[in-house]
Design a protein around this ligand. Structure first.
Ligand SMILES: C[S@@+](CC[C@H](N)C(=O)[O-])C[C@H]1O[C@@H](n2cnc3c(N)ncnc32)[C@H](O)[C@@H]1O
Length: 297
C-alpha cells in the first residue's frame, strides 16, 4: 500500500501563492504533496523535493517533468541548494511514511519481523541494531525518556542490557517482544513498544536536530511574503515549530537582552489546523497531525 498524504489540499492551498514561484517539498515520501504542488504551478515555476530515503528518491525519479527535481539529501541542507531570499514556499510533512512501516526489511515496525535498522537513509549512518548493542544503559534510558516520554525507560533499558549480554538484539520482533514481556501494564491500547520504537527512530535519524537546522536554513532562503507550512505528528516536533516561530520570551527577566529577531521575521497564518473527522476516518495515521503556516514578513 502507498502512503496516504495528510492535510493535502489545505496545505497546498496555503503553500502555493504564485503559480510561477519556486517551491521546496522537504519530505517527498511517495510524492503526495509534491504531485499536488506540480498540479498547481506552471511549467515556468520550479519544485525541488528532498528525501533522505533512497527508495523515495528512486520512486520520484520516474517523474520527468522539467519543472521538478528530486534531491537525495537531508532537509537540513536546503540552504546549500538555494540563494538567500529566493524561495516562495517550503513544506514539511514530518515523520515516517507508511511505506517504511509496511516494509519489514526497513526495520521500523514491531508488527513485522525484520532487521533492526530504522534509518531513513539506509545507505549511511548507524543502524539501530548497531547502536542498541553498544550504547550505555544510561544513554538508552535517556533516549527513551527524552524522545518517547516512556515512563518505564529504566526498566526497558535494563531489560535490553540483560538481553544483549546473552545474545545481540538484531530483529524488530526480538526488541518488540522483549519490551512487551517486561512491560508492567498488560492489555495496553497500543503495543507496549510503541513509544520505545518512536524514541529509537527519532534518535537514529537525528530527527529533531536536523529539523531545527532546517528551519534555520528555511528562514534564510525564503523570500519576503514566502510561506512555510509544517505538518507535525508529535509534540516534540510541534514544540520545535512553536519555539522557532514564536520564542517564549515572557519568562525572561526584563534586564536580559532578548534576541527576538526570529519572532519578528514571520507572521502566523494558520495556528493549528487539524484533519477533519472524515480524513481521520479514511486515514487513521492523520489523527495526530497538526499543521501550522507562517509567512515571512
Ligand atoms: C511523512 S513522509 C512524507 C510523505 C509525503 N508528504 C507524501 O505525501 O507522500 C516523511 C518523509 O520524510 C523523509 N525524511 C525524514 N527526515 C528527513 C530529513 N531530515 N531530510 C529529508 N527527508 C526526510 C522520510 O524519509 C519520509 O519519506
Amino acid at each position: 500500500m502507498l502512503h496516504v498524504p495528510v492535510l493535502l489540499e489545505d496545505s497546498i492551498e496555503y503553500l502555493v501563492q504564485d503559480i510561477n514561484g519556486s517551491y521546496i517539498d522537504c519530505t517527498y515520501g511517495r510524492g503526495g504533496h509534491t504531485k499536488l504542488i506540480l498540479e498547481n504551478i506552471s511549467i515556468n515555476a520550479s519544485l525541488s523535493s528532498f528525501d533522505k530515503d533512497p527508495e523515495a528518491v528512486k520512486y520520484a525519479e520516474k517523474n520527468k517533468q522539467d519543472n521538478f527535481r528530486i534531491i537525495h539529501d537531508s532537509f537540513c541542507n536546503i540552504d546549500k541548494y538555494f540563494d538567500e531570499s529566493s524561495v516562495d514556499g517550503i513544506i514539511y510533512d514530518l515523520g515516517t511514511c507508511s511505506t517504511h512501516l509496511d516494509n519489514p526489511e526497513r526495520g521500523f515496525s514491531f508488527n513485522k519481523d525484520g532487521p533492526l535498522d530504522m534509518r531513513f537513509d539506509n545507505t549511511s549512518g548507524q543502524k539501530l541494531s548497531e547502536w542498541i548493542n553498544t550504547a550505555s544503559k544510561v544513554d538508552i534510558m535517556s533516549i527513551l525518556y527524552k524522545y518517547g516520554d516512556e515512563k518505564h525507560a529504566k526498566l526497558i533499558s535494563s531489560a535490553i542490557d540483560t538481553e544483549r549480554k546473552d545474545k545481540p538484539i538484531l530483529r524488530t520482533s526480538q526488541l518488540g517482544e522483549l519490551i512487551k514481556k517486561i512491560y508492567p501494564e498488560k492489555n495496553t491500547k497500543n503495543h507496549p513498544a510503541t513509544k520505545s520504537f518512536q524514541a529509537f527512530r527519532i534518535h537514529i535519524n537525528n530527527e529533531l536536530k536536523e529539523f531545527e537546522e532546517s528551519l534555520l536554513a528555511a528562514a534564510k532562503i525564503i523570500k519576503t511574503k514566502g510561506i512555510i507550512v509544517t505538518i507535525a505528528f508529535h509534540s516534540l516536533e510541534d514544540n520545535i515549530i512553536k519555539s522557532f516561530f514564536k520564542p517564549t520570551i515572557k519568562s525572561f527577566p526584563k534586564d536580559i537582552p532578548i534576541n527576538n529577531e526570529k519572532t519578528e521575521q514571520f507572521r502566523c497564518l494558520a495556528k493549528k489546523i487539524r484533519p477533519e473527522k472524515e480524513e481521520i476516518f479514511q486515514n487513521p495515521r492523520s489523527r495526530s497531525a497538526i499543521m501550522r503556516v507562517f509567512q515571512k514578513k
